[in-house]
Write a protein that binds this ligand. Structure first.
Ligand SMILES: Nc1nc2c(ncn2[C@@H]2O[C@H](COP(=O)(O)OP(=O)(O)OP(=O)(O)O)[C@@H](O)[C@H]2O)c(=O)[nH]1
Ligand SMILES: [Mg+2]
Length: 349
């Protein structure tokens, strides 16, 4: 699972990336965008995993993970020399979702203009999709004249996409287009799920800025530079600062959790004396398929899933007690795994 960090140049993408991932990627001087993408993997913070780990005292505890990629902020400069924009778009095509960073701090005496900045980048995403759609429609028309066959549903879907984009709307609000298998190969940027992140200055009043966003696009706020600086401190010191500031946990945790659920991801757990582990799956994944995230042998040899809901286990305090109370269920391969299920797969190899 991969999330691409996008935003206008100097909006603080790399700062947010560092805050999220604890990396020390180089920030760019104002006006000079960094070129190389930064990549890092973060753990999805989950208090349930910590509780299970305290209960089982395993040798190893493994959280679910998400990958973040931070690219240069060149999307606004369409006339960019040297094909930077194309490079950038190529880097973004394979990501599963976008984290759109919007500047909400004063820069070189320039007051923030978050609504305008959001719209500027959103338009770039829409425009880059529109270019692809129009090229493809032209191509299909040529093919049709030459008598070449293509998927009969493609032109209609593309025309629908073109109308949406021409109205200045993103494809993500139209699931029949955004999730169509016929169009998946184009990896439209405006079709990807998106979170908008207000990157606020150290002195900004949190919650004071509101944005008008398309429906289904969540808004979060983070003091990017402050969080980055906290992430650089030794954990004990950061903890002290946070207490002083009245912050219960790193603000980035909420952001990571929101990106996790935005991707339609849920977690199930496996437990035991060796390892307690959280696994990422898409919502509504069936038990046999979920087994495959652990190992293809377990998927192939799937017999039954022994399942207990996290809340049931906590209420009854032990696996044995949950069993006695009939809360440990045997589920078949078609069982849709729920967030927080603790699963022991029975299988044959
Ligand atoms: N006050 C304040 N300054 C910030 C914040 N985030 C970033 N900056 C400053 O803005 C400048 C650019 O930050 P970067 O994180 O490199 O921005 P970027 O979006 O990655 O920039 P490009 O990669 O060039 O597009 C740096 O000087 C940062 O210190 C913030 O939350 N508050
Ligand atoms: Mg950067």
């Amino acid at each position: 699972m991969k999330i691409g960090i996008v935003g206008l140049p100097g909006s603080g993408k790399t700062t947010v990336f560092n805050a999220l991932t604890g990396s020390a990627a180089e920030l760019s001087a104002y006006g000079a965008s960094s070129r190389d993408p930064n990549l890092a993997v973060v753990k999805v913070p989950d208090p349930r995993l910590d509780t299970l780990s305290a209960m089982y005292k395993p040798k190893k505890t493994t959280p679910a993970q998400i990958q973040y990629v931070d690219v240069a902020g060149a999307l606004s400069a369409r006339e960019n020399k040297g094909g930077t924009l194309d490079d950038l778009l190529r880097l973004l095509r394979p990501v599963d979702a976008l984290l759109h960073v919007v500047r909400n701090f004063e820069r070189a005496g320039e007051a923030p203009t978050p609504q305008k900045d959001f719209e500027a980048l959103e338009s770039e995403l829409i425009l880059s999709d529109l270019i692809i759609v129009e090229k493809r429609l032209e191509r299909l028309e040529q093919d049709r004249k030459k008598g070449r066959k293509s998927d009969p549903s493609e032109p209609g879907l593309l025309e629908k996409a073109r109308d949406i984009l021409n109205r200045g709307e993103a494809l993500r609000a139209f699931p029949d287009v955004a999730s169509s298998p016929v169009l998946r190969g184009y990896a439209f940027l405006s079709a990807k799920p998106c979170i908008v992140l207000l990157n606020s200055g150290d002195d900004t009043d949190m919650g004071a800025t509101s944005l008008e966003l398309p429906s289904g696009v969540p808004l979060l706020e983070l003091k990017g530079r402050l969080e980055m600086e906290l992430a650089e401190l030794p954990p004990e010191e950061a903890e002290v600062f946070r207490k002083d500031l009245g912050l219960p946990e790193p603000a980035t945790f909420q952001l990571i959790r929101t990106s996790h659920s935005l991707l339609g991801l849920i977690s199930f757990f496996t437990v035991g004396p060796d390892e307690v582990k959280a696994w990422n799956i898409r919502r509504d994944t069936r038990a046999q398929k979920a087994a495959g995230t652990i190992h293809s042998d377990i998927e192939r040899g799937f017999i039954r899933a022994e399942v207990v809901a996290y809340d049931d286990l906590m209420a009854l305090k032990s696996y044995t007690a949950a069993q006695k109370a009939g809360k440990v269920r045997l589920e078949g391969k078609e069982y849709p795994v729920k967030d927080g299920d603790i699963i022991n797969f029975r299988f044959n190899v």
